[in-house]
Design a binder for this molecule. Structure first.
Ligand SMILES: Cc1cc2nc3c(=O)[nH]c(=O)nc-3n(C[C@H](O)[C@H](O)[C@H](O)COP(=O)(O)O)c2cc1C
Length: 336
C-alpha cells in the first residue's frame, strides 16, 4: 500500500467532510456520472456524484438505488437549481438519506438549502464571486467548490488559478473549499492543497474511465484532443445571450456560430421577434450532450471537455486514475 500521508494530512478536513479516503471528487457530468462511474469512483476511495441533470424524480430514485447496489461508500447527488421539480428531487434525496447534495447552476432557491439540511444532508455550493461565496456559506452552505474557466461544461469567465488566489486566502481556514477546473495531474492538486484547499474536483480526467458508459467514439475524441481543442462557445450577437460551455470543437460548434449569425439576420429583418430568436439559440444544443455521450455522435453532439483533455490518453480504471493523481500529489509534496 502506497503511503499518501502528506497528501492525506493536507486533505484531512475534506476527507472528514466527505467521509471517503481521498478528497478527490468526480464532479457530476450529465449522462456520464451515473451508477457505474459514481460507484467506481467511490469504491476507489474518491467521492462520486450522480448528475441528476434533467432527470425526473422517478429516474433519480432508480439511479440512487442502483448506485447504492454497487457501493456502500458515500457518494453525492448534484441537482441543478433551476430544475422545475427541485423540491421533489430533494425529497428523493431525503428518502435515500443522501449525505451530500451539490446545488449547481445558480443561486439555490429559497428553502432548498433548508430542505436538504432538514434530513441531515450536507450542502455543497458553487459561487462565481467571493461575495456570493460568503453569502452562501453564511446561509447554510457546508462546503464550496470554486470552478475556473478551464473546466469542461458550463463555465464562468475566470481561471482556476485566479479564483484560488482570490478565494482560498479568505475562506479556506474557516471553510471547506474544493478547487475544480483544469486539474489533470497530482502536482496541481498539491499546489491547491498548499494554498488551503482541502480537496479537488475533476471531471474531464474521469469522463473516459473504464467504468464510464460514455460511447467509445466519445472517448476516442477525448484521447485525440489537445488542450486547445476544448474551446468555450462564443456569443456572436449581444442581443442573443449564450452561456459559455467548454467543449471539443466539432461540426456542431461551427454550426452554432452560423446559427447565431442566421438568427441575428432574421432579427434584423424582423422575420422573428426577440423571444423566438433567443429560443432558437437556447434550443440549439438541446439533447446534444446525450447525442455525444450515449449515441456517440461526435460530429453534431456536444463533446463537453475541459482543457485537461490533453492529459487524457487512454481508458483507465477510476481506481488507477485516483492512485496516479495521489502518487503525483504525494511526490510533489515530498519534494518540497
Ligand atoms: C461532459 C461533462 C459534463 C458535465 N456536466 C455537468 C453537470 O451536469 N453539472 C455540473 O454541475 N457540472 C458538470 N460538469 C462539470 C464537472 O462537474 C466538473 O466540475 C468539471 O469537469 C471540472 O473541471 P475539469 O473538467 O477541468 O476537470 C460537466 C463536465 C463535463 C466534462
Amino acid at each position: 500500500m502506497t503511503n499518501f500521508s502528506k497528501s492525506a494530512a493536507m486533505m484531512q478536513r475534506g476527507i472528514d467532510f466527505l467521509g471517503c479516503e481521498t478528497a478527490i471528487l468526480c464532479g457530476a457530468m450529465s449522462w456520464v456520472s451515473e451508477r457505474n462511474l459514481v460507484s467506481a469512483i467511490s469504491n476507489a476511495g474518491g467521492f462520486g456524484v450522480i448528475a441528476c441533470g434533467a432527470m425526473t424524480p422517478d429516474l433519480l430514485d432508480t439511479e440512487i438505488a442502483e448506485t447504492k447496489a454497487r457501493t456502500d461508500k458515500p457518494f453525492g447527488v448534484n441537482l441543478i437549481t433551476m430544475h422545475p421539480q427541485l423540491f421533489d428531487l430533494i425529497a428523493i434525496c431525503a428518502k435515500h438519506k443522501i449525505t451530500h447534495v451539490v446545488l449547481a447552476g445558480g443561486i439555490p432557491p429559497k428553502g432548498s438549502v433548508e430542505a436538504i439540511k432538514e434530513f441531515g444532508g450536507k450542502v455543497i455550493v458553487f459561487a462565481p464571486t467571493l461575495a456570493l461565496a460568503k453569502k452562501l456559506l453564511r446561509s447554510g452552505g457546508d462546503a464550496l467548490v470554486i470552478e475556473g474557466m478551464e473546466a469542461g461544461g458550463h463555465i464562468g469567465p475566470v481561471a482556476t488559478s485566479v479564483l484560488a488566489q482570490e478565494f482560498l486566502p479568505v475562506l479556506a481556514e474557516e471553510h471547506i473549499v474544493f478547487v475544480a477546473g483544469g486539474i489533470g495531474r497530482g502536482e496541481a492538486i498539491a499546489s491547491y492543497l498548499e494554498m488551503g484547499a482541502c480537496g479537488v474536483q475533476l471531471g474531464t480526467r474521469f469522463a473516459c474511465a473504464t467504468e464510464s458508459i460514455a460511447h467509445p467514439d466519445f472517448k476516442k475524441a477525448f484521447f485525440r484532443a489537445k488542450a486547445r481543442d476544448a474551446d468555450a462557445s462564443v456569443q456572436v450577437d449581444p442581443r442573443l445571450p449564450v452561456i459559455p460551455v467548454r467543449a471539443l470543437k466539432n461540426k456542431g460548434t461551427e454550426e452554432f456560430t452560423a446559427k447565431q449569425i442566421e438568427v441575428a439576420g432574421k432579427l434584423d429583418r424582423e422575420e422573428v421577434d426577440m423571444l423566438e430568436a433567443q429560443l432558437q439559440i437556447e434550443q440549439f444544443w438541446a439533447g446534444a450532450l446525450r447525442r455525444a455521450v450515449i449515441d456517440g455522435d461526435v460530429e453534431n453532439g456536444s463533446l463537453m471537455a475541459g482543457q485537461s483533455v490533453g492529459m487524457v490518453k487512454a481508458e483507465e480504471p477510476a481506481a488507477g486514475i485516483i492512485a496516479q493523481l495521489m502518487q503525483e500529489c504525494e511526490a510533489a509534496l515530498s519534494k518540497r
